[in-house]
Design a protein around this ligand. Sequence first.
Ligand code: SME
Length: 160
Amino acid sequence: MYDFQADNDLPKPELYRQLGNAAAALIEGEADSVANMANIAALVWEFVPDLNWAGFYRMIDDELVLGPFVGRPACIRIPVGQGVCGAAAGTGKTQLVRDVHDFPGHIACDAASRSELVVPVLRDGEVCAVIDLDSPVLDRFDTEDAAGVEELARLLADRI
Ligand code: SME
C-alpha cells in the first residue's frame, strides 16, 4: 500500500519537494510509462489543492494524444500550437494561464476550468509529453507551482 501524506497547508516549495520525493519513490524501478503517468496523475491530484483535472498528453506523430489523468473525460487529440497544451508543446515552454477565458484558442474540456498550468516534458531536447493541471479557481497557479511541476517533468523525462 502506498500511503503518502499530502498536507495542503504546506508552503508550495515544500509541498512540491514532498510531491517530488513521493513521485521518485513511485517510479523507482518501473519502466512502464502508462503505469508511471497514471500514478503521477493520481499523486498530483492528492498533493495539489483546488484542481479539477491533472494529467498527461503525449506527443505522438507530431500531435498531442490524451494520456493518463484524473478528472472529467477530456479531448483526445490536440494539434501542436492549439490551446494551452498545444502552446506548451509547440514552444517547449511552460504555460501559466491565470484566466483561461483570456487565452486565445483555449480548449475547454470542462467548463468549470478557470486557470491552467501546462509544463512540457523534454527528452533529449524534444517535447515528449505535457503535464496539464486545471483549476476551477481563477489565478490558481503561480511561478512556485510552475517550478514544482517543472521539477516533476525533469524527474519523469525518461520514465514516461
Ligand atoms: N485546456 C487544454 C485542453 C486540455 S484539458 O484542459 C484537459 C488546452 O487548452 O490545451
